[in-house]
Design a protein around this ligand. Structure first.
Ligand code: ADP
Ligand code: MG
Length: 674
C-alpha cells in the first residue's frame, strides 16, 4: 500500500530518473509532493476585455481571430506568425515564434483564450507568444516550478496521481478548524493544486497558511521544551545582591527582571539557552556581568565572545572595571594577544584560575580548554553562526548560553526567528541617558553642518560622518566614502585629524582606525555602515548621515546609537535631498522615535520583511506558503491555538493529534538538518 510516507520513486509515473530530480527539490515522499504547491496559477476564468488589459501585466483575454494567420520566414529556423484578434472592446496583435503546430490549428473567425503579457503601443495592444486555449476552456491552472526534465505539466499529472492514490492524514484537530473557519486537509490539497474557483483556492490557501504557521510554532514549542540534557553547571546560590553592591550604578528594573529570568534558568538544572534583546544603550553588558558574577561565585567559569577585537577589548575594560575589587580574575584573549601571554592565559583557564574570559574567535580555537565552563555569552549574535556558539559551548558540559543582540527585531518575529532560544527583552533605558536630537536637512545646509561639526571638534569632542557606499557610483548621485574623505581632509577639515573606515578595508586596518578613534587620535571618522555594531566612544557626540534615504530605518537607528553614550548631549543630522513622501515618512520616524522596537516595526511596515527574513541565518525551514510578515495575524492566532492545544494534550498522544505530531516530527528533521 502506498501512503504519504512512501518514497516518491514508487508513485506511478515517477520511476528512478524522475525520483532523483524530484528528490533534489526536496520532494522525497508522496506526501512531500502533495506539499509542493503551485508556484502560481493561470486563471482562465479571469478574463479581461482587451481595452482594460494593463500593459506589462499577464492577463487572459477572450478574442476572435479576425485576420488570416500570416507566416513570415525570417531566416532558417525562425518563423513568425502574426494575426489580429478582436473582442467587444478592442483589437490586438498576436505574435508567435516557431509554434508551427499550434499555428496550423488556429482558425480565422474562431474565438480563443489568450494568456500572456501585454505590450504594444498607444494605438493597439499586442501579446507575444501567449498561451492559447479553446474558448470553452475554463478553470484555474496550476503552474509548478519546472526543471529541465520535469515540466509544470508533468508535475501537474504527478500531483494528480498522488492526490488520487493517497489520503493525507488530517493535521489540524476539528475543533481548531471549526474555530478558525478552516477546511479539511483533503479539500485544501485538492483546491491548492486544482482549484475550480477562486473561492476554493482562497479557502485552501487560508487553511494551509494557518497550518504551516501552526505546525511551525508547535514545533518550536517542543524544541524549547525538549530536554536539553542536564547541565553540569548548577547555579544554586543567587549572589545578585552582592553584585549590586559592587556595581557603580543602580540596575534598571528591566535589567533586574532579565537577570532574574536568566537565574531561574540557570538554577533549573537544565542549560539556559536565552537571547537577551536590548536596544543600543539599554545596558546589556551589566546583565552579562551579573550572570558572570553569579556563575563565578558558584564556582564556574564564564566566557564572553565578541565579533571584533575592539568590542572584546571594550567589554574587557568595562567588565574588569566592575570586578576591580571583587577578587574575580578577568582576562582577555584575542588574535592580538601575544604568544607568551596566550600560553599563560590558556594555562590559567585550564587550572580554573581565570573566572571570566573575554575574547574573539580566538576563544574557540581547539587548544583553549576550561576547568569548568559554566556560562557562554555571545555579543551581537547576528555575527556568529550557531556553529561557532556551539563550539564554544562544547568546551564545557552543557554550559548555560546567553546571546545578546541589539538588533531590534519586532517582538512577534523575534519569537519565530530565534527558534529554540528563550527570549528576554530589556525594554527600558538607564536613567540619565543623553537624549539625541535628530535633524533632517538637505544638502544646502552642508557648509553650516561642517561648521557645526567643527564647533564640537574644537571643544574636544569627536564625530562621525556616515556615507552609504564605498565604490564610485555614477548612476546615483552619491559621494563615495573614500573620495569624500580625501576631499574633506584637503579642504573643509584641513588641520583636523580625520579617519576613514569602510568595508573594503581588512579587519586589521579597520581595527587600527577604530582604535585610533576610540583613543581620540582621530577627531572625525568618515565611515560606511561598518561602525554599526557596538562601538562605544562616549566622546563622540555628533553624527552626520549622508544620503540618509539610502539606509534602512533600523540601520539608521543602530548608527545613531553610536552617539549619546557619554555625558555630553549629542546630535544626529540626516542629510537627504530626496523629497518624496515616502522618504519623508521614513526619515520622520527616525527623527521622532528613539525606541528601536518601534522603529523596527515601522521599518517592517514601510519596507517589508526582506531585511529581517532575507538572510537565511535564522535556521528556520523555508515557508512554503505562509509569509511571516504578511500573515502575522494568522501567526498570532495559530500561536494561541498551539498554546491551547499543548495545554490539553502536552505530548500529542490523542488520536486526533497524531497527524500533527507526524508533521512536527518532519519539521524537526528539517530544522536539525539546517
Ligand atoms: P548595550 O546594551 O548597548 O550593550 P551597554 O551595556 O554598553 O549597552 O550600556 C550603555 C551604557 O549605559 C554604558 O556606559 C553602561 O555603563 C551604562 N549603564 C548600563 N546600565 C546602567 C544603569 N542601570 N544605570 C546607569 N548606567 C547604566
Ligand atoms: Mg553592547
Amino acid at each position: 500500500m502506498i501512503t504519504a510516507a512512501t518514497d516518491i520513486q514508487f508513485l506511478k509515473g515517477v520511476g528512478e530518473k524522475r525520483a532523483v530530480v524530484l528528490k533534489s527539490k526536496g520532494i522525497d515522499t508522496i506526501g512531500a509532493l502533495l506539499r509542493f504547491y503551485p508556484r502560481k496559477y493561470l486563471d482562465w476564468t479571469d478574463i479581461k476585455p482587451i481595452s482594460e488589459a494593463s500593459f506589462f501585466e499577464n492577463v487572459c483575454i477572450k478574442a476572435r481571430i479576425i485576420t488570416p494567420i500570416e507566416t513570415i520566414e525570417k531566416r532558417k529556423g525562425m518563423t513568425i506568425f502574426k494575426f489580429m484578434v478582436e473582442d467587444s472592446s478592442a483589437t490586438a496583435h498576436i505574435t508567435m515564434f516557431n509554434q508551427h503546430f499550434l499555428a496550423n490549428r488556429l482558425r480565422t473567425g474562431r474565438e480563443y483564450l489568450f494568456y500572456g503579457r501585454v505590450d504594444g503601443n498607444f494605438y493597439i495592444k499586442q501579446m507575444t507568444s501567449p498561451i492559447i486555449m479553446e474558448s470553452s476552456f475554463g478553470g484555474i491552472e496550476p503552474i509548478y516550478q519546472a526543471s529541465k526534465t520535469i515540466s509544470s505539466k508533468v508535475m501537474e499529472k504527478l500531483v494528480k496521481t498522488a492526490l488520487q492514490s493517497v489520503e493525507m492524514v488530517e493535521t489540524l484537530p476539528l475543533e481548531i478548524r471549526e474555530r478558525n473557519g478552516l477546511c479539511d486537509i483533503k479539500t485544501a490539497l485538492w483546491n491548492i493544486h486544482f482549484p475550480k474557483t477562486k473561492e476554493g483556492l482562497k479557502s485552501a490557501q487560508k487553511r494551509l497558511v494557518f497550518e504551516e504557521l501552526f505546525v511551525l510554532q508547535a514545533g518550536l514549542t517542543f524544541l524549547k521544551k525538549r530536554s536539553r540534557g542536564k547541565t553540569a553547571c548548577l547555579i544554586e546560590k543567587n549572589y545578585f545582591d552582592d553584585f549590586k553592591g559592587i556595581l557603580p550604578f543602580l540596575l534598571t528594573n528591566a535589567q533586574q527582571r532579565v537577570i532574574n529570568e536568566c537565574f531561574e534558568d540557570m538554577k533549573s538544572g537544565r542549560p539556559m539557552n536565552r537571547l537577551v534583546q536590548g536596544d543600543v544603550g539599554s545596558g546589556k553588558t551589566a546583565v552579562c556581568a551579573a550572570l558572570m558574577y553569579i556563575t563565578a561565585k558558584n564556582g564556574y567559569q564564564s566566557a564572553l565572545m565578541a565579533p571584533t577585537e575592539i568590542l572584546a577589548e571594550q567589554h574587557y575594560k568595562t567588565i574588569k572595571g566592575f570586578f576591580e575589587n571583587s577578587g574575580l580574575m578577568v582576562a582577555l584573549l584575542t588574535g592580538a594577544t601575544t604568544k607568551k601571554q596566550k600560553a599563560v592565559i590558556k594555562e590559567q583557564l585550564k587550572t580554573g584560575e581565570i573566572d571570566i574570559i573575554i575574547g574573539t574567535h580566538a576563544l574557540i580555537s581547539d587548544d583553549v580548554e576550561f576547568k569548568s565552563l559554566g556560562l557562554v555569552v555571545t555579543d551581537e549574535q547576528h555575527r556568529f553562526g550557531v556553529a561557532q556558539r556551539g563550539k564554544l559551548s562544547s568546551k564545557g558540559e552543557n554550559p548555560h548560553t546567553l546571546v545578546m543582540s541589539a538588533t531590534p527585531i519586532p517582538r512577534t518575529l523575534g519569537l519565530i526567528l530565534y527558534g529554540d532560544l528563550d527570549i528576554s527583552i530589556i525594554d527600558e533605558y538607564p536613567k540619565g541617558r543623553q537624549k539625541i536630537d535628530t535633524y533632517l536637512v538637505d544638502t544646502n545646509y552642508r557648509q553650516r553642518i561642517y561648521n557645526y561639526i567643527k564647533k564640537f571638534l574644537n571643544e574636544g569632542r569627536q564625530g562621525y560622518i556616515v556615507c552609504p557606499l564605498v565604490e564610485e557610483n555614477e548612476v546615483l548621485d552619491i559621494t563615495p566614502a573614500t573620495e569624500y574623505y580625501e576631499k574633506l581632509k584637503e579642504n573643509d577639515f584641513k588641520g583636523y585629524s580625520l579617519g576613514l573606515l569602510h568595508g573594503k578595508m581588512s579587519s586589521k586596518e579597520k581595527e587600527s582606525v577604530m582604535r585610533d578613534f576610540s583613543e581620540g587620535k582621530i577627531q572625525l571618522l568618515i565611515a560606511t555602515t561598518v561602525i554599526e555594531v557596538g562601538i562605544d566612544v562616549p566622546n563622540a557626540v555628533i553624527m552626520v548621515i549622508e544620503n540618509a534615504e539610502r539606509f534602512g530605518l533600523s540601520q539608521l537607528h543602530q548608527l545613531r546609537g553610536r552617539i549619546g553614550r557619554g555625558k555630553y548631549k549629542s546630535d544626529c543630522i540626516l542629510i537627504s535631498d530626496n523629497k518624496s513622501d515616502d522618504t519623508k515618512k521614513r526619515l520622520d520616524v527616525i527623527k521622532n522615535t528613539a525606541d528601536g522596537f518601534k522603529i523596527a516595526d515601522a521599518d517592517l511596515e514601510l519596507r517589508g520583511p526582506g531585511d529581517f527574513l532575507g538572510s537565511r541565518q535564522h535556521g528556520l525551514p523555508d515557508m512554503k506558503i505562509a509569509d511571516l510578515f504578511a500573515d502575522r495575524d494568522v501567526l498570532h492566532k495559530a500561536g494561541r491555538e498551539v498554546e491551547y492545544l499543548i495545554k490539553n494534550d502536552p505530548s500529542l498522544k490523542l488520536e486526533e493529534n497524531l497527524g500533527l505530531r507526524e508533521e512536527i516530527i518532519a519539521l524537526y528533521k528539517k530544522l536539525n538538518n539546517n
